[in-house]
Ligand binder design. Sequence first.
Ligand code: EPU
Length: 339
Amino acid sequence: MNILENVDLRPFNTFGLNARARFFVELDDAAALPDVCALPCFNRAKVLWLGGGSNILLRGDYPGLVVKMAAKGIRETARSDGTVLVEAQAGEIWHDFVRHTVALGLNGLENLSLIPGTVGAAPVQNIGAYGVEVKDLIRSVRCFDLDTGRFVTLDNAQCRFAYRDSLFKQEGRGRYVITAVTFALSERFEAKTGYGDLAAVLAEICGGRPPCAADVAQAVCRIRRAKLPDPQVQGNVGSFFKNPVVVAERAGRLAAAFPDMPRYPQGDGSVKLAAGWLIDRCGLKGRTVGGAAVHDKQALVLVNTGRATAADVAALADEVCGQVRERFGVELEAEPGWV
Ligand code: EPU
């Protein structure tokens, strides 16, 4: 195993923050995890398991070991009654995996096209976009359990998925290292186009013929490219905040005061609000602190204009939360984790 020291982490975090890892290992075979745990530089409390680095913010140099989960591999594991189980290793690039399944004629992941990150990171925050969450497609998650030193398979229910949340962000944090994910995809295409302007863009692409999963993927990519900054061009971690969920009574009062405010009723009486709209309404699009800025096309995204420091990002995030709290009485919660 090749253990590197003092490694520049800028290429490994999509916000492009400047930091170094004391030790760094790239793991291309999950079976070697027990060996990683036996390394002299391994200290369970000081290890960062890294996927695509698209949902983390580095406060500074990392004093311990960073393990980049890089194992690749995709295989069909079962097929019956129109359902196809596909297992992908944690290090697969998410968008490449989606494209691969769509090209194979397998349906289900097309709405999740172009999300940055890796397959192994997808279950952690239950990635979601355009009316689909990855929990709807996950059959099971293969993990290395650091408590027992054994590999385990957790089924969908055991992963306790919720909106941008899971076991892996809660009680299981620091315990389970995700090594592979099995998805239940479908031979049959069923368009999910209820979200925003997806149906309109899809109609434009298809021009009258019936859509397929590849068309939906193309429509999603078009919408995302128009609104969301490309991390290769301008550092970012996608949505910086979760969309806040408020009780019905508060949502009602806000709706009376702001009739055009987007609202997504959750079924249990609570209502999800659009954090991007709240931030936008505070006039914060384009606001900068040092090298960090609120994106000018999607206020939910903070970007690195070139030389952002962790302090710039934290100060800007505080300002955004403060203004939204003052104007709307709503608390925003950051989506990426500070490391
Ligand atoms: N809006 C504004 N101004 C803005 C941004 C949004 O008025 O600057 C309004 C929009 O017009 C729309 C509403 O807010 O009425 C929602 O906006 P949008 O459809 O762009 O989605 P979002 O709620 O801001 C969520 C996800 C995104 C995902 C999109 C599409 C979260 C935290 N974010 O954003 O996920 O791509 O829906 O499904 O749930 C991510 O998690 O990194 C991410 C990009």
